[in-house]
Design a protein around this ligand. Structure first.
Ligand code: BGC
Length: 885
């Protein structure tokens, strides 16, 4: 490594958690960067931000929009823009420099950008347009037609263009083309909201796609979530506005309106659950490019604007994020070839085929196989998950993939293929909301490594626009319980800040007038009544914003959602008796062998949420509220203990989940903690170190054991390979996290398909423990400004290593048991400090790079104390190599 002895230019400049976002509508967007400085103890003592309305001004170090001057501060994120008021379309070019502890400035960062979107309703000239004409007669082959409208508009640009910006949204999904080329690699735009309340638009820089002379804008409309099973409607509409700035300073706009023309094309049907059908014989080559003859196209219809708010998309787009090749192809029944892509994931298959015109190839998708090798589709319920491609022929290989459906699958059954398909006839295309991966975990047990990877794949598969329960059956909904259970784990795997910032709005939009948070957000018309006010599900409204604050230092998440949180608490209080919650709701959801009383569980959740709201109030400087919710928390605790806890630590229900929650949420009086922990450990032992917990208990279990100093029991559960356990599924080839412990067993095979998903992430929460306890990386207070490194080697593990890219930079904790003792390598990012717990009998046993660590103050290491079998040191930024005799 090249050793530099000074602060380098700040890196990873982001605005509202995104790199160079276009068209935002946050009036005071939050900026962040990372300090780059390899020196031990490196810190930022001041920063200066420049924001300029164009690149040239910024290059000349002029911030006409905002020049903060040198601000004495160690902050590197959540810095709110406070310059000139920003109006629609403003370009904000920005850079930052920082000062180190010695007062020396860094170089300026590379320039970054954000632009403002259309902030006023009046900025939109565009009208909502669509095409509802009855489709042409059914094609010769394939399923009944519900073809997708294609819309186009030709226009001329006579002068050289300086910049072209396209704003677009839809009821349904839209895919935009400009001069024959796709406008973006984002998929499933404009995303998923409660369309009755809020619709997001996207902004694209299309300067490189426009040209002088004739230009053509094209759009395809699809049902997406809007039209899925009639959730909102079938009136698919486009709103699009292309704004052109010419080199001479003049402007023009081309907007969706009655001048556009429409026709149906080759996409016969597209449904998120049922799949997509495509007849290549109906292709219209060049339909979105100049020179195409659209004389036969019909006029579009112009519709009323919906009442929903039209706002800038605040999240990260869905994109293609990987490709998978077949590891095996079989033919379990004649003509049906099953491709095994080796991984359960979310996306679709790209088909390559050479066949005569009219030949139809169908693809069906499944997560698992039946005993005979055929695909198991019963667990998809009513979702048909079938894609059909009808060949155009002509003797050349044809390549096709859908864009308006997706599947959760590992296996693809291909039928109608001419002859035996080669292995590369199918390529898996993985898609998900595009977030940077934040963490990785590796240890000496390959099954645990695979388990961690399964949590990541299951997260990817379910973080598609909103956090969903599953990606395969006729559900795929924003179940609030699943999301809150997994969110903390999710933050270790990926940077979920922007993704959850958006979903928190969905959650608020879905909150009922009584203050009850729902079971599902966004809300929609569903074939079953959407419940609300349920323990652990509704608590997502408190747990998710407070988690964003904890992990990313996001105060705004607290401020924006504080009102909703307090309404939730008021709802719970009003709907409880003597602060005990009724025995209603989902309880511990799919536990195995032990049922936790629903009132015990719900009251524990109530207490926890009250405490989190008290903390939020404190952070926001609302002292009276903090007092009020602290007091409420104490009163719920009292009621809980009085109603459910005996003097010997027995908790009503006597289940793993009861003890886990009570210990995790600090509900017990000091004197009963150890007895309750003993009972939990005994319960686990009595089950032969097996789990009985459901969705709710699992989130607390390992944390509770660790907190109570019973990591040995936690390791016994984590390393367990027999049923039921985390590694049982892994040992039997799972590549994702299952909905149920008994989704498949050696004894009974596949569980009842009525509810048996192989991609539900709740039971994946043990990955949080791998990061926070096995490797020992955690935040100490909000935002990873202060870090805790507290690895707890245990079980049969001989080494473990986690890397976590926090909002402040990259953290590493890696330990290894050597013949000489324990080796612990730690990296602490610049401008942060850490408390490092080195497992040791005495401080004298610990060295750092060969020197006694307790005497290494000159090296930036300060010995603090001995604590529960660890020598505790305070360190600053830098890399440390500890060794323990
Ligand atoms: C979903 C769950 C969800 C649950 C609520 C199921 O159908 O898949 O993950 O949380 O219902 O009871």
């Amino acid at each position: 490594m090249a050793l530099t002895t000074q602060m380098l230019a700040p890196a990873n400049l982001r605005c509202e958690y995104r790199t160079d976002p276009l068209g935002i509508d946050v009036k005071a967007p939050r900026l962040s960067w990372e300090v780059v400085d390899p020196r031990r103890g490196a810190a930022q003592t001041a920063y200066r931000i420049l924001v300029a309305s164009d690149e040239a001004l910024l290059a000349a170090d002029t911030g006409d929009l905002w020049d903060t001057g040198a601000v004495p501060s160690a902050e590197t994120n959540q810095i709110e823009y406070a310059g000139r008021q920003l109006s629609s379309r403003t370009r904000c070019c920005w850079k930052v420099r920082t000062w180190d502890a010695g007062g020396r400035p860094s170089p300026w960062s590379s320039p970054a950008l954000w632009t403002m979107g259309l902030l006023e309703r009046g900025d939109w000239l565009a009208r909502w347009i669509g095409y509802d004409a009855p489709p042409p007669g059914p094609p010769a082959a394939g399923p009944p037609a519900q073809p997708l409208p294609h819309l186009r508009r030709s226009f001329a640009l006579e002068k050289p263009v300086r910049r072209a910006t396209l704003y677009a949204t839809a009821k349904g999904l839209y895919e935009l083309h400009l001069n024959g080329r796709p406008v973006t690699d984002s998929l499933f735009t404009p995303g998923w909201t409660d369309f009755a309340k809020r619709i997001y638009y996207q902004t694209f820089d299309v300067t490189a796609l426009v040209r002088r002379g004739e230009n053509v804008l094209g759009a395809i409309l699809a049902p997406g979530w809007y039209g899925l099973r009639d959730r909102h409607g079938r009136d698919y509409r486009l709103l699009a506005q292309l704004e052109v700035e010419f080199a001479d300073g003049s402007r023009a706009a081309i907007a969706s309106d009655g001048s556009w023309k429409a026709a149906y094309g080759p996409i016969l049907a597209a449904d998120l659950y049922d799949g997509e059908s495509y007849d290549a014989r109906l292709e219209m080559p060049g339909w979105a490019a100049p020179g195409f003859d659209d004389a036969a196209w019909a006029p579009v219809l112009v519709a009323e604007a919906p009442e929903a708010l039209v706002e800038a998309y605040p999240s990260v787009p869905v994109r293609r994020t990987g490709e998978l090749q077949a590891v095996r192809v079989t033919e379990p029944k004649p003509g049906a070839f099953v491709f095994d892509l080796g991984q359960n994931f979310t996306g679709w298959a790209r088909l390559k085929v050479k066949a005569p015109a009219g030949a139809a190839v169908t693809m069906r998708f499944a997560e698992v196989l039946e005993p005979g090798g055929n695909i198991h589709t019963a667990n998809l319920r009513s979702a048909k998950c079938t894609d059909t491609y009808i060949c155009k022929g002509g003797g050349r290989p044809e390549v096709w993939e859908p864009r308006f459906t997706f599947h959760g699958f590992r296996y693809v059954e291909v039928a109608g293929y001419p002859g035996a398909p080669p292995a590369d006839a199918i390529t898996g295309v993985a898609i998900n909301s595009y977030m940077p991966h934040a963490g990785s975990f590796e240890c000496s047990n390959p099954l645990i490594n695979r388990f961690w990877l399964n949590t990541l794949w299951t997260q990817r598969g379910n973080f598609l626009e909103v956090p969903t329960d599953c990606p395969q059956r006729d559900e795929r909904l924003g179940w609030t319980g699943d999301a809150q259970i997994f969110i903390r784990t999710a933050t270790y795997n990926m940077d979920v800040a922007a993704f959850f910032t958006k979903w928190l709005v969905d959650l608020d939009d879905a909150q009922g007038p009584t203050g009850a948070f729902p079971d599902i957000a966004p809300r929609a018309r569903l074939p079953f009544p959407v419940g609300e006010g349920n323990a652990a599900w509704g608590d997502a409204g408190v747990i998710c914003p407070t988690t964003l604050h904890l992990v990313y230092g996001d105060r705004r998440a607290l401020a924006d959602h504080y009102g909703a949180m307090t309404r939730w608490i008021a709802y719970l209080e009003a709907n409880s008796t003597g602060l005990l919650r009724p025995a209603a709701g989902y309880g511990d959801w799919v536990p195995l062998g032990e049922e936790t009383p629903k009132d015990v569980l719900a009251t524990a959740c109530f207490a926890r949420s009250a405490r989190l709201v008290a903390e939020a109030a404190r952070t926001l400087g609302k002292a009276d509220d903090a007092q009020k919710y602290d007091d409420l928390y104490e009163r719920i605790r009292k009621a809980f203990n009085k109603a459910y806890v005996s003097g010997d630590g027995l908790i009503a229900g006597d289940t793993q989940t009861c003890y886990a929650m009570a210990l995790d949420f600090d509900l017990l009086p000091e004197a009963l903690r150890a007895p309750a922990a003993d009972r939990l450990v005994r319960n686990i032992g009595a089950h032969g170190n097996h789990l009985t917990v459901g969705f709710v208990g699992v989130a607390s279990l390992l944390r509770a054991l660790t907190k109570a100093g019973r990591t040995r029991a936690a390791y016994a559960l984590m390393e367990q390979e027999t049923f039921p356990s985390w590694l049982y599924a892994v040992r039997h080839g799972a590549t994702s996290v299952w909905e149920r412990w008994n989704g498949w067993t050696e004894e009974h095979g596949l569980f009842d398909p009525a509810m048996n998903s192989f991609a539900h992430y709740a039971f994946g929460v043990a990955a949080e423990w791998l990061f926070s306890t096995v490797a020992g990386i955690d935040t100490d207070g909000p935002g990873f400004r202060r870090i805790i490194i507290r690895p707890r080697p245990g079980g049969r593990l001989t080494h473990a290593r986690a890397v976590y890219h926090a909002i402040t930079g990259e953290i590493v904790s890696a330990w290894r048991l050597e013949s000489t003792g324990l080796q612990l390598d730690v990296t602490i990012p610049p401008n942060t400090t850490a408390t490092v717990y080195v497992p040791a009998r005495t401080a004298a046993d610990v060295t750092e790079r060969g020197k006694p660590a307790s005497e290494a103050e000159a090296e930036g290491i300060k010995f603090l104390r001995m604590d529960a079998g660890a020598a505790v040191f305070a360190v600053g930024a830098g890399q440390y190599a500890f060794a323990v005799r």
